[in-house]
Design a binder for this molecule. Structure first.
Ligand code: SAM
Ligand code: DTB
Ligand code: SF4
Length: 340
């Protein structure tokens, strides 16, 4: 097995030259060593007893022309999600105000588009301005962007753009055929060039192997600068999508819970100044599993009973979990892009 270099302990500068072998070696560390290392690095950059609360709203649901095999919003899968129009700005800002009252400091708005039309961006920019005026960070996920569209969002004051790699480059074609890995990387570059912070991660439990998880993290960690936010989602199996079936019926092997925690830890070790976000899939996670994720360096969750179209724990349940663990909601901390 390859040795993990001493500099991986994070005592010095952040790295952007990770190799697949190093990432695999991190995954293979004894669990206690891995978690200790991730937690030590986490504490260099964050208060380990604080977790950020973000809220999510689907502002344009369903009817998407893409074929992402996990997604309930793809028009070609019969999932029961109805195609809707873009929501009114006022209705979105009403929801945002409610999220702020329940403690959210970041508000994320998602649209089931392959890419936004220029005319739709007017309303999206007004939503972004409204969310920022409430004192929350604004994040949107709208599909592929051109550099000009990214610049418009930046002008509206957008803080983060979410666009996931989802998995490794080699496993990607098993999951999506309607756009390429390079398309995704080009959108990330457009977002970065416009001066918007990048939120980029993936999904576990789609049938990928540990090597795919390691490779995806290598691609993310070799972006310069690192994505400021790295969401790690656990697949939410939605009936009607190709990935919905259980293994017994030919579907993907559900990700092992310890392997999920390991992935959070490896992401934290490779990108220690970034917020690793424990994203979709928490409905299926015990309090103990989530506690391990926080120990491994997860620094953010989605608060509120709904993600985009699927269920998330009720806010009360999360407030009780935080109380059990002595975790406080994190204020918006400035992330210094220079350090990533
Ligand atoms: N249409 C835009 C796009 O794909 O870029 C934005 C919305 S899309 C729903 C945002 C992300 O949600 C996807 O990239 C994927 O990582 C995640 N996601 C979607 N469905 C999921 C599921 N069933 N389980 C876990 N994550 C999911
Ligand atoms: C991300 O990585 N996870 C969020 C957010 N970015 C947009 C989306 C999760 C969606 C889960 C499936 C659904 O609710 O439709
Ligand atoms: Fe469309 Fe996004 Fe769902 Fe893919 S993940 S089908 S692009 S909404």
């Amino acid at each position: 097995m390859n040795e993990v270099k001493p500099s991986d302990a994070g005592d010095v500068a952040l790295r952007h030259d990770w190799t697949a072998e190093e990432a695999r070696a991190l995954f293979a560390l004894p669990f206690a060593d891995l978690i200790f290392r991730a937690q030590t690095l986490h504490r260099r950059h964050f208060d380990a007893n604080q977790v950020q609360l973000a809220s999510l709203l689907s502002v344009k649901t369903g009817g998407c022309p893409e074929d992402c095999a996990y997604c309930p919003q793809a028009a070609q899968y019969d999932t029961g999600v109805r195609a809707e129009k873009l929501m009114d700005v006022d209705a979105v800002l009403h929801e945002a105000a409610t999220a702020k009252k329940s403690g959210a400091t970041r508000y994320c708005m998602g649209a089931a588009w392959r890419s936004p039309k220029d005319k739709d961006l007017d309303a999206i920019c007004t939503m972004v301005e409204g969310v920022r005026a409430m004192g929350m960070e604004a994040c949107v996920t709208l599909g592929m962007l051109t550099p000009a569209q990214a610049a418009r969002l930046a002008d509206a004051g957008l803080d983060y753009y979410n666009h996931n790699l989802d998995t490794s480059e080699s496993f990607y074609s098993e999951i999506i055929t309607t756009r390429t890995y390079d398309d995704r990387l080009n959108t990330l570059q457009a977002v970065r060039d416009a001066g918007i912070k990048v939120c980029c991660g993936g999904i576990l439990g789609m049938g990928e192997g540990t090597g795919d998880r390691a490779d995806m993290l290598v691609t993310l960690a070799n972006l310069r600068p690192h994505p400021e936010s790295v969401p790690i989602n656990m697949l939410v199996r939605v009936e009607g999508t190709p990935l919905a079936e259980t293994q017994a019926k030919g579907g993907p092997v559900a990700v092992d819970t310890i392997e999920f925690v390991r992935t959070i830890a490896v992401a934290k070790i490779m990108m220690p100044a970034s917020t690793v976000r424990l994203s979709a899939g928490r409905e299926e996670m015990s309090d103990e599993m989530q506690a391990l994720c926080f120990l491994a360096g997860a620094g953010s969750i989605f608060l509120g009973a709904k993600l985009l179209t699927t269920a998330n724990p009720e806010a009360d349940k999360d407030h009780r979990l935080f109380a059990r663990l002595g975790i406080q909601p994190r204020d918006i901390g400035p992330i210094d892009a220079e350090t990533l």
